[in-house]
Design a binder for this molecule. Structure first.
Ligand SMILES: [Zn+2]
Length: 473
């Protein structure tokens, strides 16, 4: 076999040695190879590699068994008999079909629709956005020692309580990413542990990694641009092309229904993504070649807390006889808004295509029984909310002739139909999963506790997180 033939046959999991480094092939795309050696990663074209090898070293032969040890064999799929657990506050929506990620230049998607959507947001469960935090001294009744406890206020500005624009935009973008088979924006690009070989972002299949080039953007990136926080963004222009702008959602403090005093809640012990049995597919690990993240993270709605009274919060309230039982160092007391507050916000847009506008409208209003989640303490069931488009205004075609900006009332149904026909195909697993996890009706019960108790994880080392549509066992 010639050197060229050997390189043509290199596939994911194969090892190759040159320039004194042993690399492993972690991705292969026609003429390009992604290589990794420990923490070092590099991209190289086949021609360049042949050039280097001719001069330098040799391709190391590796047996199939050895490769299987590193990458896991093809047969190692989800075992239907594996032990699973589902009553967990979050789960993952399937990333989508990697062969159907459509990218095109930004300039190919300049549409004729500009205007704004005037929206309301009503929270069906308590909602909390953190504003000012103050620390108070609490004296431990038992040993007399004093420690600090956090009291957190709802974010406010100018006499209004706010749900921030970035929280609104983040949620809507996550949903649009799924519907349109776009890249995944919301995934950690830093290593979680010093001993890991890969970051969560590196365990995203190449096709779904964040777009980097303005000439090659997925649907969501063409609409929202990029926030510019990905270190690897090569094209700075992406960060300034957003066509959709959100204001904060606000409610007059005088009208808002807020709890009378700070409520001590249990500590939000959300496990880190290091908990691989829940975060990665097929017994993956951040050390293992070929591991993949499970998908896009979403929190379930808590049926017992939807429009619930004070009692529905019993399972998340820190209990105890006196102040020092309830107000510890590790938990916090929050002043949150009770259910049924009506916030207002606006989404303005420019140059959207009919399809993009339809997808935006769908993602804001969703369907009957489907709710969004905003703010903090989502694992505790907070933030389940319904958005309604109160007014749909399109820039008037005559606007350049008049001195003031004028609008025409838009026809929501027309755009919704375009979006639904093209994107909301229930044959797609990710669409079925998305609708299931956004639904207020589900087969989970969080009325006793949002998380399993502390010892559960160590006692159940062989248990995996069930998929969204898997039956509860
Ligand atoms: Zn993208």
């Amino acid at each position: 076999m010639t050197l060229e033939e050997k390189i043509a046959e290199l596939k994911v999991g194969d090892k190759i040695k040159f320039e004194g480094q042993e690399y492993i092939v972690i991705n292969r795309k026609r003429n390009k190879l992604d290589l990794k050696a420990g923490t070092l990663s590099r991209k190289i074209s086949v021609e360049e590699l042949i050039e280097k090898l001719k001069n330098l070293a040799k391709v190391e032969e590796v047996s199939q068994e050895e490769i299987a040890k590193i990458v896991g064999s093809e047969e190692e799929k989800e075992d239907p008999n594996r032990k699973t657990y589902k009553n967990y506050p979050y789960n993952f929506v399937f990333l989508g079909d990697k062969n159907k990620v459509e990218r095109k230049p930004y300039s190919d998607s300049i549409g004729n629709n500009s205007g704004k959507l005037i929206c309301s947001l009503v929270n069906k469960t308590p909602i909390f956005t953190n504003g000012k935090t103050k620390k108070i001294d609490v004296k431990d009744e038992r040993n007399g020692k004093t420690y600090k406890h956090s009291l957190e206020d709802f974010l406010e500005d100018n006499g209004k309580y706010l749900v921030t624009s970035s929280s609104l935009k983040g949620e809507i973008r996550n949903i649009i990413e799924i519907i349109t088979n776009s890249c995944i924006k919301n995934v950690e690009s830093e290593k979680l542990n010093r001993k890991d070989f890969y970051t969560p972002l590196e365990l995203v299949p190449e096709e779904f990694r964040p777009c980097k080039n303005i000439e090659n953007l997925c649907f969501a990136c063409r609409m929202f641009g990029s926030t510019g926080d990905q270190k690897s963004v090569e094209d700075e222009n992406i960060s300034c092309i957003g066509k959709v702008y959100f204001t904060d959602a606000t409610i007059d403090k005088k009208k808002a229904k807020i709890v009378a005093d700070y409520v001590p809640l249990k500590a939000l012990g959300t496990p880190h993504p290091t908990f691989t049995r829940f975060y990665l597919k097929d017994r993956g690990s951040y050390k293992k070649e070929g591991s993949t993240i499970r998908g896009r993270k979403f929190y379930w709605h808590h049926r017992d807390k939807i429009n619930g009274n004070e009692n529905s919060l019993n399972s998340i309230r820190m209990k105890g006889k006196n102040e020092s039982d309830k107000r510890k160092k590790f938990n916090a007391s929050l002043k949150f808004l009770k259910p049924d507050n009506k916030f207002e916000f606006e989404v303005s847009f420019k140059n959207l295509t009919d399809e993009e506008l339809g997808v935006l409208i769908y993602s804001l209003e969703l369907e009957d029984n489907l709710l969004h989640k905003f703010g903090k303490a989502k694992a505790f069931g907070f933030g389940s909310s319904k958005i309604t488009i109160e007014k749909f205004l399109l820039d008037s075609k005559d606007k350049y002739r008049s001195f003031t900006k004028t609008y025409d009332e838009g026809n929501k149904e027309k755009y919704l139909k375009i979006a639904k026909d093209k994107y909301l195909d229930e044959n797609r697993k990710e669409i079925r999963e998305l609708k299931a996890i956004l639904n207020i009706v589900n087969d989970l019960d969080f009325s006793n506790s949002p998380f399993p108790d502390i010892n559960w994880f160590s006692k159940n080392k062989d248990v995996y997180l069930a998929e969204i549509l898997e039956k509860v066992k």
